[in-house]
Design a protein around this ligand. Structure first.
Ligand code: G3I
Length: 378
C-alpha cells in the first residue's frame, strides 16, 4: 500500500477503506514492479534526496526494479577535477538498489552537457586545447574509474548520449553539443564504445550492456542514422548492446503510436535491445518536451493540460505498445517519481503528483502491465 500524506491521515482517522479494497483483490499484482515481471524491467530516475524521503523510497522499492541516477553518475558529478573521483552520491543509489534487489543503469560516460571544461583543456598546449590523444586518455581513465568502482553493481551504461541531430546528422564539431567530436574527431562515438568494451573486458564485466541513448529517437532521420551507426559498429566488431529511446514525449498523439512502432521495428532489426530510458509526458499546450526541457512551441496543441484522464489514456496507449514489443524491450524507465521533482517544471508529466500520491496514469500503467502479464502467461 502507498505511504502517502493522504493514506497516512486516512489510516490515522481509522478509515481504512482503501486497504480493505486493496486486500480484497490481492490476486492481481498491485504494484508496477510485480505487474511488469516477465515483460521488461521497470525503472525510475532518482535524485539523491529521494533516498532520505520515506514516501519516495517506499515508491522506488515497491514499484521499480531498476534505478538510474538523474545526475549523480554524470561526468561533472563523478570527476569534477582530473583524477579526483567522487562516488558518494552514486553509491547512495547503488546501495539502495542492492538492498531492494534492483538493477542499476549508469548514466552516462560521454555527453556534451555536464562535462567539466578541464576534459578539453591543456594549459601546456599553445592553443590551450587538449589533443585527441589526451582527451581519449582522459575518457578512458574516466570510464575505468567508474567501471572499477561499481564493478559487479551496474547492469548497463549509457556510453554516448545525444550525439545526433533530429535529421540524423551527427552534431557538428563546432556547434552546440559538438565538444567531444571537436576534441576527438569524427570517430568519437566509436572510440567511446571501444574503450568501454575494452575496460569491461579487463574487469570481467562483459555482461554489462553498452547503450547508445538519445531523445527524439522516433524521428525518421534519427532512426535511420542510429540504425546505420549500429550496423556499422557491428560490421567493424564494435560492441553495442542496446538503444536507449529517452521518450520525453507529448500527451497528445505526438509522437503517434505508429511512429514509435516504426522506430521499434527498425531498432529491433539491428539485434540491439531497446530501452525506454527517460520517459515523461508533457501535458502543457504551447510547449514541446524536448531533450532540453519544455520549450515554447505554439504548434503544440491538444495536450491533456490538467486532464488527468487524457494523460492516463496516453500512458496506457504507450504501455500497451511497450507490452506488444516486450520481446524487444529490455527496460522502461520513468524520468522521475513525482511531478514536483520533475525537470519539466510546472507540468504533470509523471505517474505521481506533487504529494507523491499515485495519479490516474499510475493505475492505467498498472492495468496495462497486468493485462500484458496475463497475455504472457496464457
Ligand atoms: O547541483 C546544482 C546545485 O548545486 C545548484 O544549487 C542548483 C541551482 O539550480 O543547480 C544544481 O544543478 C542542477 C542539476 O540538475 C542537479 O539538480 C542543474 O542546474 C540542472 O540544470 C540539472 O538539470 C538536469 C539536466 O539533465 C541537466 O542537463 C536534470 O535534473 C536532469 O533531469 C536532466 O536529465 C537529462 C538527461 O541526463 C539526458 N536526457 C535529457 C534529460 C532531461 O534534460
Amino acid at each position: 500500500m502507498f505511504i502517502s500524506m493522504k493514506s497516512v491521515s486516512a489510516i490515522v482517522a481509522g478509515i481504512c477503506l482503501g486497504a480493505v479494497a486493496f486486500q480484497a483483490q490481492a490476486q492481481e499484482p498491485t504494484r508496477l514492479r510485480d505487474a511488469a515481471e516477465g515483460l521488461f524491467l521497470i525503472g525510475n530516475a532518482a535524485p539523491t534526496r529521494a533516498f532520505s524521503d520515506l514516501i519516495a523510497s517506499d515508491i522506488l522499492a515497491q514499484d521499480f526494479n531498476r534505478l538510474t541516477c538523474e545526475n549523480e553518475m554524470k561526468f561533472d558529478a563523478t570527476e569534477p577535477q582530473e583524477g579526483q573521483f567522487n562516488f558518494r552520491a552514486g553509491d547512495t543509489l547503488v546501495e539502495f538498489a542492492q538492498k531492494y534487489g534492483m538493477k542499476v543503469h549508469g548514466h552516462t560516460f560521454m555527453w556534451h552537457s555536464q562535462t567539466p571544461q578541464w576534459v578539453f583543456q591543456d594549459s601546456s598546449a599553445p592553443n590551450g586545447r587538449a589533443s585527441r590523444e589526451l582527451v581519449l586518455k582522459r575518457l578512458e581513465n574516466h570510464i575505468r574509474g567508474l567501471m572499477t568502482h561499481w564493478k559487479g553493481k551496474i547492469d548497463s551504461w549509457d556510453v554516448c548520449n545525444e550525439c545526433f541531430e533530429d535529421d540524423g546528422r551527427v552534431r557538428a564539431a563546432g556547434g552546440f553539443g559538438g565538444n567531444w567530436r571537436a576534441a576527438i574527431g569524427d570517430d568519437y562515438m566509436e572510440q567511446a564504445f571501444k574503450i568501454a568494451d575494452k575496460v569491461a573486458k579487463e574487469l570481467g564485466e562483459e555482461k554489462v550492456l553498452l547503450v547508445y541513448n538519445d531523445f527524439n529517437m522516433y524521428k525518421p532521420g534519427k532512426v535511420q542514422a542510429v540504425v546505420k551507426m549500429v550496423n556499422d559498429f557491428k560490421a567493424k566488431g564494435i560492441r553495442i548492446d542496446a538503444i536507449g529511446m529517452q521518450a520525453h514525449w507529448q500527451s497528445n498523439d505526438d509522437p503517434s503510436i505508429e511512429t514509435i512502432e516504426a522506430a521499434f521495428k527498425a531498432y529491433a532489426g539491428t539485434g540491439c535491445k531497446i530501452i525506454i530510458s527517460e520517459m515523461d509526458v508533457n501535458t502543457r499546450n504551447g510547449f514541446r518536451n524536448s531533450g532540453r526541457g519544455l520549450e515554447r512551441d505554439d504548434s503544440v496543441q491538444g495536450n491533456a493540460d490538467s486532464s488527468a484522464e487524457a494523460l492516463a489514456k496516453r500512458y496506457a496507449d504507450l504501455f500497451d505498445l511497450f507490452v506488444k514489443y516486450q520481446k524487444d524491450i529490455y527496460a522502461v524507465t520513468l524520468w522521475g517519481i513525482g511531478d514536483g521533482w520533475s525537470w519539466l517544471r510546472g507540468g504533470q508529466p509523471l505517474l505521481f503528483d506533487n504529494n507523491l500520491d499515485p495519479k490516474p496514469c499510475y493505475y492505467s500503467v498498472l492495468k496495462s502491465l497486468q493485462k500484458g502479464q496475463k497475455e504472457l502467461k496464457k
